[in-house]
Design a protein around this ligand. Sequence first.
Ligand code: FPP
Length: 224
Amino acid sequence: MNPLNHVAIIMDGNGRWGLKNKNSRNSGHKEGLKVIEKIIKETIKQKIKYLTLYAFSTENWRRPKKEIDYLFNLLENFLISKIGELDKKKIRLKIIGAKAFSKKLNKLLIAAEKKTIKNDILQINLALNYGSKLELINAFKRISNSQDEINEKNLIKYFYTKNIPDPDLLIRTGDTKRLSNFLLWQLAYSEIYFEKKLWPEFNENDYIKIIKKFKRIKRNFGKI
Ligand code: FPP
């Protein structure tokens, strides 16, 4: 059975769920946040050490301001009300992406990272204002300005995901089969599962089923 150390998730389908069920895209985001909490609990139960969640991409800035404001407000309230609980459960929160938000949100994110830095039950990497192409360009720029030889081991030191093992498993909900500029380098050998359900419909049992399938798959990493 394959060990499972790191799960990455593209939580797609909030907008469609919200429009279909409550006539507003934002209500889908609100519902999606509840699913995040369930999945965190199950991730701990499964003894998985890293969970990376794609919450906001560098391309998501193209959405209407009203939706962007709603998402960040949701995140602010989540941080304010839940960071104590995450810390108690020994969960570490790390942001991957450029912290270029409001002063208030930047401060909250930095404080949350600092407060939970020593926690070791689960590390949640929240991808916020994250774009894989930008991460790669910045890494190449920085390595070119350093004394480091350009090789795989040195290059990954310049990624947001420095010190984080690559995902073993990527799940994308929402019945869409693409990577959307997410961890393009880091997903090179990950197993990928595309789930038909929209993110707000996804639950622990769906997650457990995917994990079970993953554990049985033969992973070759280029060998035979
Ligand atoms: C993709 O669905 C989802 C997002 C862009 C946001 C993910 C956010 C949450 C799960 C809520 C928690 C919020 C934060 C910031 C932690 P979509 O809106 O692209 O759905 P669609 O494909 O149906 O339009």
